[in-house]
Write a protein that binds this ligand. Structure first.
Ligand SMILES: [Zn+2]
Length: 193
């Protein structure tokens, strides 16, 4: 299973809406596995398909081994995830593998209910609060072309411009392969149709 390169903030694929998946397949299960491996390789706790250049509605999340993890934490792959209920709100600092070295506070609902398909394409629902709820919301945003910096106010976004340009130029220290600069590219991963 390969580690996929992670597309960074200037890449058009991060600004597009990913398409719903209509059925399960071996290719889909393999892709979810590729995404988990890619996320773990980058020491991430969440990853959306857009971030590896694939416009399909797949996210992976894994809090196991982090301070936020409940005892039963395990890697999750969610197909076509959709938030169907929310409650409360709280502010928490977020970061993103596609926007290396930038972190800021974002306000989002505290509790969510999500429906999704698992990799066997069975319909599932889960409720999440705390860090899991936060990561799921961040990743589902990615599937709609939304980045966490979009939730910041205009003053903060202006202040980030110089640092975003550095990422465009590849002037970031990351330990994982990235795609940056140029006119943008879309992955040739077999799941792309
Ligand atoms: Zn992200």
């Amino acid at each position: 299973v390969p580690v996929l390169p992670i597309y960074t903030c200037d890449q058009p694929v991060l600004r597009k809406k990913a398409k719903p998946i209509r059925q399960g397949s071996d290719a889909l299960a393999a892709f979810a596995g590729d995404m988990l491996k890619t996320m773990h390789n980058a020491n991430g706790i969440g990853l959306a398909a857009n971030q590896v250049g694939v416009l399909q509605r797949v996210i992976v999340v894994d809090l196991s081994g982090t301070e936020y993890a409940p005892a039963d934490a395990r890697p999750l792959a969610l197909i076509n995830p959709a938030i169907i209920a929310t409650d409360g709100e709280w502010s928490l600092e977020e970061g993103c593998l596609s926007i290396p070295e930038i972190r800021d506070d974002v306000v989002r609902p505290e509790w969510i209910r999500v429906k999704y398909h698992d990799v066997d394409f069975k319909e599932q629902e889960l409720e999440a609060k705390g860090m899991l709820g936060r990561v799921l919301q961040h990743e589902i945003d990615h599937l709609d072309g939304v980045l966490f910096i979009d939730h910041l106010n205009i003053v903060k976004r202006k202040l980030l411009r110089g640092r975003l340009n550095k990422i465009r130029r590849g002037e970031v220290e990351v330990t994982y392969p990235i795609v940056n600069g140029g006119a943008g590219a879309v992955s040739d991963h077999p799941l792309v149709r």
